[in-house]
Design a protein around this ligand. Structure first.
Ligand code: PMP
Length: 392
């Protein structure tokens, strides 16, 4: 018998069936995937340049235009998660030495500033404590002082639970010769946003929150002004994979015949198409109302349990992710672990500047229901009774 050359045996864990327990995902994402979207992702593959796949891509593009409320030609899905869209936005817009102003009131501003620094941009930050939002006046001061070519701001600050008002911001930026870049990963479909009317130049979001599709694709759109800035670049973007010139062609946004760029994650696109279709069927306004109503019910219930909401002003609360202070005498990790072990419900602790300070409860897309609000409140009540007892 020939002696095997293999020195590494097949891993035992891989020889067992895949284990995926049932859980209710009420953290800040991902959220549960409904059967129709799951089924779409499980369909047989087609070639990534087959006309049927190109048709699905066109439908995704139209779905994004609806969800973003934009007529922008340069609208497409990135093959990657929300971070990938964030990188794509920044690395296509910025060249070494460009100035960007980043509005930081949580982790997403911090991350955008980090990415922009890696790109060699001249980064300035305007800061607000976690739990607060920016006024037009806060932003104008930064625009006047630093004269940036791009402003980054987060619509739904999922690390703190803050909804950033966007009214007047695009107009303000344009008056100061600056483009407006908005992260709507956690807010899209859960709170109103109007890309064209609000003069947003670059907007991106993700698949795994309100759209209820698996992580792995992200939505992005560029205004004509943003497109022009990219066309004026003196240097190529530092990433081939995320080069918007290539992606625009692959997504049929430049009027040229489509060329192979990368093998798109076709099944992710099938799922994303269905997520966007569900949103289109429900209608944006109904979706916004649903998220608002369930968030109000959740906030009321949390207060009734004696918990303190982290975001004081009601209008500044993000309808998709609610934050409460970790109650005195409790360890946040014990509470989240208790919910997972005893109720099969995921909620999350804080992130970045809110780490250790808050608990985060997400109600996104099909997970944003009155039944789920009741379920998580009952589980939290149980945790508050039992986790404290375990510490005495
Ligand atoms: N921005 C915001 C506001 C987010 O909430 C998230 C995800 N929590 C991201 C960006 C990054 O998305 P992903 O984890 O899909 O890369």
């Amino acid at each position: 018998m020939a002696t095997s050359l293999l020195r590494i045996p097949p891993p035992q864990d891989l020889l067992r069936p895949l284990a995926v327990p049932e859980r209710l995902l009420l953290g800040p994402g991902p959220s549960n995937v409904p059967p129709r979207i799951l089924a779409a992702g499980g369909r047989q593959l087609l070639g990534h340049m087959h006309p049927e796949v190109l048709q699905v891509m066109d439908e995704i593009k139209a779905g994004i235009q609806y969800a973003f409320q934009t007529r922008n030609r340069l609208t497409l899905a990135i093959s990657g998660t929300g971070h990938c869209a964030m990188e794509a936005a920044l690395l296509n817009l910025l060249e070494r030495g460009d100035t960007i102003l980043v509005a930081t009131n949580g982790i997403w501003g911090q991350r955008a500033a980090d990415i922009a620094r890696r790109l060699g941009a001249n980064v300035h930050e305007v800061l607000k404590p976690p739990g607060e939002y920016f006024t037009l006046w806060d932003i104008e001061e930064g625009l006047v002082q630093h004269k940036p070519s791009v402003l980054f701001i987060t619509h739904g600050e999922s690390s703190t639970g803050v909804l950033q008002p966007l009214e007047g911001l695009g107009e303000l930026c344009h008056r100061h010769g600056c483009l407006l870049l908005v992260d709507a990963v956690a807010s899209l479909g859960g709170a109103p946003i109007f890309m064209d009317q609000q003069e947003i130049d670059v907007l991106y979001s993700g698949s795994q929150k309100v759209l209820n599709a698996p992580p792995g694709s992200a939505l992005i759109s560029f205004s004509e002004q943003a497109r022009e800035k990219m066309l004026r670049r003196k240097t190529k973007p530092s990433s081939f994979y995320l080069d918007m010139g290539w992606l625009a062609n692959y997504w049929g946004c430049d009027g040229e015949p489509r060329r192979y760029h990368h093998t798109a994650p076709i099944n992710s696109f099938f799922s994303l198409r269905e997520g966007l279709a569900l949103l289109a069927e429900l209608g944006l306004e109904s979706s916004w109302e649903q998220h608002k109503a369930n968030c109000v019910q959740l906030c009321q219930g949390l207060c009734n349990l004696g918990l303190e909401l982290f975001v004081k002003e009601e209008k500044a609360r993000l309808p998709t992710v609610t934050t409460v202070r970790v109650p005195e005498g409790y360890d946040w990790k014990e509470i989240t672990t208790f919910l997972m072990d005893n109720h099969a419900i995921e909620i999350a602790g804080g992130l970045g500047p809110s780490a250790g300070k808050v608990l985060r409860i997400g109600l996104m897309g099909c997970n944003s229901t009155s039944v789920n609000v009741d379920r998580v409140l009952r589980a939290l009540q149980d945790a508050l009774g039992r986790c404290r007892r375990s510490r005495l």
